[in-house]
Ligand binder design. Structure first.
Ligand code: SF4
Length: 171
């Protein structure tokens, strides 16, 4: 879909972007791997996460939300066995940014049931409801059902933001 192909209907650009940020739930393949191996905003160490969670107010909210359900994996080898491609991609990004790839913390959710289902599905946090977010910095697990749609939506969002001169603020 391109900017020209967007449906007409009196939506404001903000509403259109909002709609594009929400991905249809049926795309989820329900493998549970994103709850088993996760990173905070792509590349944070656990220390960074806790620092951010301590920031009072809205700025620290996302980190607090994340820290309330995710616990760090103890062994990187375990994570590599579960999601080798994800670990490699995340570590490569960290390296490109000049960060130590070994400092990236991988987490597992404490609410994930052995069956692979969410133990608090009806009450799951906002972050889980809006996951994954279409963005150039989002990293997807191999075979994630959301990936193609998220990338397509992000392309359209960027076209919109470029048209209104805001693209650089959101890259
Ligand atoms: S709360 Fe549920 S949906 Fe969210 S990460 Fe945990 S298991 Fe997954």
């Amino acid at each position: 879909m391109t900017l020209e192909e967007l449906p007409e209907g009196g939506f404001t650009l903000a509403q259109t972007v909002d709609g594009l940020m929400k991905l249809p739930q049926h795309l989820c393949k329900q493998r549970g791997i994103c709850c088993k191996v996760a990173v905070f905003k792509g590349l944070s160490s656990h220390e960074d996460l806790l620092k951010q969670a301590n920031i009072v107010g809205e700025e620290g909210e996302m980190a607090r939300d994340f820290a309330s359900i995710f616990v760090p994996h103890k062994e990187l080898d375990t994570v590599k066995k579960l999601a080798p491609d994800f670990v490699e991609t995340v570590q490569q990004i960290a390296q490109k940014r000049g960060e130590n790839p070994e400092n990236v913390t991988f987490y597992a959710c404490k609410n994930l049931l052995p069956s692979g289902r969410c133990g608090v599905h009806e009450d799951r946090p906002t972050g889980c409801r809006s996951y994954p977010i279409p963005h150039s910095r989002s990293v997807f697990h191999k075979g994630c059902g959301y990936e193609a749609q998220a990338k397509e939506n992000w392309g359209v969002i960027m076209e919109i933001l470029e048209a209104v001169g805001l693209a650089d603020d959101y890259r």
